[in-house]
Design a protein. Structure first.
Length: 164
């Protein structure tokens, strides 16, 4: 029996390694804009499973993944321009999608590792925009959930080889 080699990966990645971008374009060619103010970012994929046990399994349970669903749950600090007080256009597009029906309720997003690692995806998503409210001394924060509309697609990280 061999002795395993100690792993060379000894540093812990930071949760703030993600960047989210929103397609602000109105044509087929994406026009990407950074969504600012991300305070928490939680991408996930949840499988749907169906029981697939048969007599041959001799009483042991068996399941098969039949569907995958992706979501991104995040908290945003609501950003506005220091002089005009206008809210950030990318955040506004998310808000408006969260208050719409049909095709207007979906956005095109991409998210990736800000240090250029291989983890990078894009997809279309429905938006849930949920202001947190708060007391007089709180910041204006928003709970946002992006619910995948179809597959998330692996892409080349736009920062591959460099980082930001």
């Amino acid at each position: 029996m061999s002795t395993p080699v100690e792993p060379a990966e000894t540093e812990t990645a930071l949760a703030r390694r993600y960047r989210l971008e929103l397609d602000m374009g109105t044509t087929a060619a994406p026009v990407w804009a950074i969504v600012p103010g991300v305070q928490e970012f939680d991408p996930s994929v949840e499988p749907t499973t169906q029981k697939s046990a048969t007599y041959e399994d001799e009483g042991w349970d068996d399941n098969t993944v039949t569907e995958l669903a992706w979501t991104i749950e995040m908290t945003l600090l609501h950003r506005c321009h220091p002089e005009t007080k206008a809210f950030n256009p990318a955040q506004e597009k998310l808000r408006l999608a969260g208050e719409s029906f049909g095709t207007a309720s979906a956005v095109h997003v991409r998210w990736y590792d800000r240090e250029g690692r291989d983890e990078a995806y894009e997809g279309r998503a429905l938006v849930q925009w949920d202001p947190d409210g708060g007391a007089t001394d709180d910041l204006d924060s928003i709970g946002v959930t992006l619910t995948g509309k179809g597959a998330k697609t692996k892409i080349t990280n736009p920062l591959a080889g460099g980082g930001a």
